[in-house]
Design a protein around this ligand. Structure first.
Ligand code: TMP
Length: 217
């Protein structure tokens, strides 16, 4: 059995930690897992990621940015995700289609129908079996994200988004919460404001239910 599971949320919400914990859990259950991310996940995708997140690239046009995220996704799906699905592996993806819907669509105003079409084209129509939105207050997420930047001294790359103001991040959070109400079967909102192993246990039990083939109640 193969599942595509994505993690979403605002900067610093803890999704990467949860993706790693889920990987450890599923591996311990005997599944072959792949943890990957967007933008990125391939050699070409990582180059697109640097372009997108470089702090000097503040003049990137909104539509150019959209196409770069979509380009990274198309490469990722063809080179990594589809082969892994065919091989029966578990794929855990740190950000996927919903990031574009929220960041470029709901927050920055690109027509959602256009984004749906581009996502469908980039993914050949595949969607995650399960998506976890790790929800936390913007202030907490940004504090964590900024802490990380100081720790790793990431002063050049990767800070462009984290520099955006609080209102932007609040609308990202609201966007995710509204998206979850549209597809409640696939998208689960997880309270990220708890101890990481408590959060992990919730996620592991939802994934286990999905693996048993039971409906997630
Ligand atoms: P990350 O390190 O949390 O993955 O951050 C990547 C940034 O890229 C984050 O600010 C969200 C942004 N992003 C989009 O705006 N659209 C997308 O489609 C994706 C995948 C990411």
């Amino acid at each position: 059995m193969s599942l595509l599971i994505s993690f979403e949320g605002i900067e610093g919400c803890g999704k990467t930690t949860q993706a790693d914990l889920l990987n450890t859990f599923l591996t311990s259950q005997g599944y072959s897992c792949l943890v990957t991310r967007e933008p990125g996940g391939t050699r070409i995708g990582d180059q697109i990621r640097s372009l997108l997140l470089h702090s000097e690239n503040t003049d990137l046009a909104l539509k150019a940015e959209l196409f770069l995220y979509i380009a990274s996704r198309a490469q990722h799906v063809e080179e990594v995700i589809l082969p892994a699905l065919r091989a029966g592996r578990m794929i855990i993806c740190d950000r996927f289609i919903d990031s574009t819907t929220v960041y470029q669509g709901l927050v920055q105003g690109i027509d959602l129908a256009v984004i749906d079409d581009l996502n469908r084209m980039a993914t050949s129509g595949i969607k995650p079996d399960l998506t976890f939105i790790i929800d936390c207050p913007v202030e907490d997420g940004l504090k964590r994200a900024w802490g990380r930047i100081e720790i790793k001294d990431r002063t050049i790359d990767d800070v462009r988004f984290e520099n955006k103001d609080m209102d932007f991040h609040r609308s990202v959070r609201d966007g995710y919460l509204s998206l979850a109400t549209r597809e409640p079967e696939r998208i689960r909102v997880i309270d990220g404001n708890r101890e990481r192993m408590v959060i992990h246990r919730d996620i592991a039990s939802l994934v286990s239910e999905k693996l048993k083939g039971g409906g997630i109640g």
